[in-house]
Design a protein around this ligand. Structure first.
Ligand code: DGT
Ligand code: CA
Ligand code: ZN
Length: 644
């Protein structure tokens, strides 16, 4: 974890209010945690945590609350904390004792907070009793077995700490695609709007739509005369937690969540963005609250080359450079330069001899290639392909199948989900609530399931009468039970339009060998009622690995079933936490002619819009309109299901 997360936010350029609601709320939260680390009075700790929650839940403008004094009328905001908030909002100064807390807390203890499952109380205990003052020291103490004998702990706790440290090191500093894109797009918009900027574009892994993003890369075109001015303006933007380096053509920054504030009314984070940066849960937000960004500033005529270079991937670049060499050209971030003209010249000096390119298309054309969409630039076949396929786009999406309602664990009713789907321009929507065994998600009894079907059929009949071009499909997300069985009897299943079969007993599946898991998935797909395999590996990005399974074998088996007249598919779960089927296997499904169903797995209205990440990953997996179920009309979907 970077220290940027835990420094006090920098004030915005023009205020008051000098800070946003979310900055005040997260600062209060941090102070509470730091107090707890120090072993402060629990009541004092709680008052900060309460205040943080109260501020984060405000709908009123915090500047106004301070100006009118109404801040002090809020229950839970006392003189001390309220006074400190006023000082921050009105004068741009954080309270002295808050600053002191930040300065005096050992950095190692703060870093330990990022270990999943380890809170301030335990960290303080480790520090006091074992002298542990860093992640490394904690790891050593656990490995030496010093933690287990401590009062209130034990072998299990010790192992959990080790697991947490392992997770932390594995996932450190990478962000899920939705988080990376939220920051990247906000930053790109902000920079694009600056005086002197001709254009600014996100590059790197974000542009290639990798499932996780290390850091953001953004390429900015401006006249050389304006570079100094633009560079200063970028450094003056809000949302920058720290500047790691600023040169004439390269700026390294750490962005933080305050970058989102200006897009919306001051201090009010849109729910979409809040979700994207970790949800309403500030504990989560702490660990995803920053991202690094590298800015490259270039003259306009160099922009396409720099954009292509920093879009990568490195592997794609290596192949491109070799292709250029084979044609007597030198390709780099500044240009595409005939080797004999480049001579010993370097960088921009060589670039004056570059072939011209108004866009990336021109670069590829000079190399006798079709433009390659960024998602495909992974050296996974794009260099050899005879033609680059037309990829699916969000405009081509007409519906989606795997969605939940309040009947199981969703937050919106059937009617609300249908209305939201229509407002997205969709022509159909599938409802697949959880099945009976999954009690923690309120899985449906057979009666409830069939009654839901009745409701859906009557809506469809009404809409048809009214001439409304929209249809619901009725399915289930059936748990996969022991032995590869579905979770309802055959008679009930036969009444459904479709069945998504998914594994939810993850610990059990993770405790088994690959062959058994593979066999059970194939078995469940063989059931005549099964339509598709849901989130095929059960992985949670940045959270847990999936169970072991040979998905290639499963896909081959599905293809064989389809050859025998089946109409079976595989899900690409579009939740940014899953993105499962993996994009590397989407291409395999396409080769095997298995339709891919992009499913948002929506549990609320906003969840439907996660479809965009599924589309990104489908593109990355080379899928076009005809490879994806979602581009079918309602009638075509019905035909696939063998219903009217
Ligand atoms: P990330 O940030 O880890 O999610 O992944 P990328 O792909 O954004 O990688 P990053 O940020 O290290 O560099 C951005 C792009 O710059 C990368 O995709 C390709 C290009 N690049 C960086 N280093 C090299 C290199 O050593 N050789 C070549 N050919 N390209 C490089
Ligand atoms: Ca990057
Ligand atoms: Zn689901």
């Amino acid at each position: 974890m970077k220290s940027g997360n835990w420094s006090l936010p920098r004030k915005r350029a023009n205020g008051p209010p000098w800070f946003s609601r979310s900055q005040v709320s997260s600062t209060l939260h941090q102070v509470g945690v730091l107090l707890e680390l120090k072993g402060a009075n629990p009541f004092r700790v709680r008052s900060y945590q309460n205040a943080s929650r109260i501020i984060s839940g405000l709908t009123d403008d915090i500047g106004e609350l301070v100006a009118t004094g109404r801040l002090f009328e809020l229950k839970g905001i006392g003189k001390g904390i309220g006074g400190a908030i006023c000082q921050a909002i009105e004068d741009g100064e954080w309270a002295g004792d808050w600053k002191k807390l930040h300065d005096e807390t050992p950095q190692g203890l703060i870093e330990m907070l990022a270990i999943p499952g380890l809170g301030p109380k335990r960290i303080k205990l480790m520090h006091d009793e074992l002298g542990v003052d860093s992640v490394a020291a904690l790891k050593a103490a656990c490995e030496a077995g010093d933690v287990a004998p401590m009062k209130g702990l034990g072998e299990k706790s010790q192992q959990r700490m080790l697991d947490g440290i392992e997770l932390l090191s594995r996932f450190r500093a990478r962000r899920r695609l939705n988080v990376g894109l939220a920051y990247g797009e906000a930053f790109q918009n902000r920079v694009s709007a600056l005086d002197g900027v001709i254009k600014a574009q996100l590059a790197g892994s974000a542009r290639r739509r990798r499932e996780t993003i290390g850091d953001l890369d953004i390429v900015v075109a401006a006249n050389p005369d304006d570079h100094e001015k633009v560079s200063a303006a970028i450094l003056g933007l809000s949302g920058i937690a720290d500047v790691k380096g600023a040169g004439a053509s390269k700026i390294s920054l750490i962005l933080d969540t305050s970058i989102f504030d200006e897009d919306f009314k001051l201090g009010v984070l849109d729910n979409n963005v809040l979700d994207a940066i970790g949800g309403a849960d500030y504990e989560q937000l702490e660990s995803s609250g920053t991202i690094d960004a590298q800015v490259r500033l270039v003259p306009n005529e160099v922009f396409p080359f720099t954009l292509a270079y920093f879009t990568g991937s490195k592997e794609h670049n290596v192949r491109m450079r070799q292709r250029a060499i084979d044609k007597g050209l030198k390709l780099n971030e500044f240009g595409l330069i005939p080797t004999e003209l480049a001579g010993d010249l370097k960088g921009m000096e060589a670039a004056v001899h570059s072939l011209e390119a108004a866009s990336e298309e021109d670069i590829y054309r000079h190399l006798d290639m079709q433009w390659v969409p960024p998602e495909l630039r992974e050296d996974m076949g794009e260099m050899e392909a005879e033609a680059i396929p037309d990829l699916i786009s969000i405009e081509g999406i007409k519906g989606s199948l795997h969605n939940h309602t309040t009947l199981s664990d969703g937050e919106a009713s059937l009617e609300e989900m249908a209305a939201a789907a229509r407002s997205l321009g969709w022509k159909w929507l599938g409802i697949a609530d959880h099945s009976q065994t999954l009690q923690i998600a309120h899985g449906l009894t057979p009666d409830d399931l069939l009654e839901q079907g009745e409701t859906i059929h009557s809506y469809n009949a009404t809409w048809k009468e009214q001439g409304l071009d929209f249809r619901l499909f009725h399915g289930t997300e059936s748990d996969i039970l022991e032995g590869g069985r579905l979770d309802y009897d055959d008679e009930t299943l036969a009444k459904l339009d479709y069945v998504v079969a998914s594994v939810h007993a993850i610990p059990k599946w993770k405790g088994r060998d690959e062959a058994t898991n593979t066999e059970e998935l194939i078995k469940v797909m063989e059931h005549p009622s099964t339509t598709m395999l849901g989130h095929p590996t059960g992985r949670i990005l940045q959270g847990r690995e999936g169970y072991e399974v040979d998905l290639n074998e499963v896909l081959v088996a599905i293809a064989e079933m389809n050859e025998d007249g089946g109409m079976k598919m595989v899900e690409l779960n579009a939740s940014p936490y899953r993105l499962d089927l993996d994009w590397r296997l989407c291409k395999r499904a396409k080769e095997l002619s298995i339709p891919v169903s992009i499913n948002p797995d929506a549990h609320d209205l906003r969840g439907l819009t996660d479809i965009r990440y599924g589309v990104d990953i489908a593109r990355k997996g080379w899928l076009g309109t005809s490879d994806v179920l979602n581009s079918d009309s309602a009638a075509e979907v019905a035909a696939r299901f063998g219903i009217d």
